[in-house]
Design a protein around this ligand. Structure first.
Ligand code: TXA
Ligand code: MG
Length: 328
């Protein structure tokens, strides 16, 4: 049977059935495709870790359909959580709160990351199966997150089912914010901008020494205190070696054009056999970034020369992903 199915009523029923049987299924969200599993089934969650080759210390985000369901998973729902959920859910924001004591802990952290996704298919699936769904990005650990059903199948060839909802609108993972502390702390920059979050909660602590200037995290990422366990140094990486550079066109000269890909938002830098010219608008750039990396990998290049993205908060998540992708 075909494992990529349309997200129609029949597809949703089939997916929900798999999830209730403690199996797993990939589905679209507005950020990236997730690999869903009943969040409190040890068996289903173990299957997610196995398929993704994900290290067991890295906890999963739990997806629910409503804020009320999210609150039921939390020991405490702080004022910042209320404000942020009211403003941004459903949407690309994950909130880390204290975990309700009745939930199985399974040796994980005393906190839980929760989000209400905005994609109609994700919401329909959550309602159809009636389960909270743990859903990390549906890719093999450390590789590029999937923004299409085809990306999922290529990264996770053994996935039992993918609900096809087309290309993801945002293309960058959710922003993760810890609201157990005051002011709230940014754990992972993502599709929701810092400006939008600050507008609602005022101050926001940044986890990294890079600080509010939004400097590239670079090698400072090996910081002693990593509060979001998933922020491993190397992540979001294509097969090709990715280098962040100031002038890709200059570097490509003299090299075999077939082996080098260029990723840039500057038309002037776009010379060479394999060029991905992305938008100079950060939202559009973000929406196409992972697909562009997949395309460069498909072209078989050995090296990707990625133009440094601009400074500024709007590019923070993109700089973060490119920096991780370039880590050795
Ligand atoms: O947009 C997204 O968030 C996508 C879609 C599918 O919803 N999901 C996603 O999940 O990106 P994943 O597993 O690839 O990333 C989850 C991040 C990791 O960095 C993980 O360490 C962090 O959230 N996280 C999960 N639970 C946490 C917790 N209790 N405390 C701190 N960080 C947590
Ligand atoms: Mg991921």
């Amino acid at each position: 049977m075909n494992r990529v199915v349309a997200a129609d009523a029949a597809g949703l029923r089939r997916a929900a059935e798999l999830l209730r049987q403690e199996s797993v299924c990939a589905f679209p969200t507005e950020t990236v495709y997730g690999l869903g599993a009943h969040a409190f089934s040890a068996r289903a969650v173990a299957e997610v870790y196995r398929l993704k080759h994900r290290p067991s210390w890295n906890p999963l985000i739990v997806h629910v359909a409503t804020t009320a369901e999210a609150e039921a998973l939390a020991h405490e729902w702080p004022p910042a959580a209320r404000l942020l959920a009211e403003r941004f859910w459903p949407g690309p924001l994950s909130l880390v709160v204290e975990r309700a004591h009745h939930l199985p802990a399974n040796g994980g952290p005393p906190t839980i990351a929760i989000r209400v996704p905005a994609h109609p298919v994700a919401l329909a699936l959550l309602r159809e199966c009636g389960l909270p769904l743990a859903a990390p990005s549906a890719n093999r650990s450390e590789s590029i997150s999937p923004t299409t059903a085809e990306h999922v199948i290529r990264s996770l060839p053994d996935v039992p089912l993918v609900l096809d909802g087309g290309a993801c609108r945002l293309g960058i993972e959710s922003t993760v914010v810890d609201v157990t502390v005051s002011p709230p702390r940014l754990l992972r920059p993502g599709a929701l901008s810092l400006r939008a979050i600050r507008d609602v909660v005022g101050a926001l602590q940044l986890s990294r020494p890079s600080g509010s200037s939004g400097q590239l995290p670079g090698s400072a990422e090996a910081a002693p205190e990593v509060r979001s366990p998933g922020l491993a140094h190397r992540h979001y990486a294509p097969r090709a070696r990715l280098r962040l550079v100031d002038d890709p066109a200059a570097l490509v000269e003299g090299s075999d054009p077939g082996t080098v890909g260029i990723l840039t938002h500057l038309p002037a830098a776009a010379e060479g056999a394999h060029v991905e010219l992305l938008s100079a608008d950060p939202l559009e750039y973000g929406a196409d970034l992972y697909a562009a990396l997949h395309r460069l990998d498909d072209a078989g290049v050995a090296t990707i020369l990625a133009q440094h993205p601009p400074h500024g908060d709007d590019w923070l998540a993109i700089r973060d992903r490119l920096t991780r992708a370039s880590a050795q």
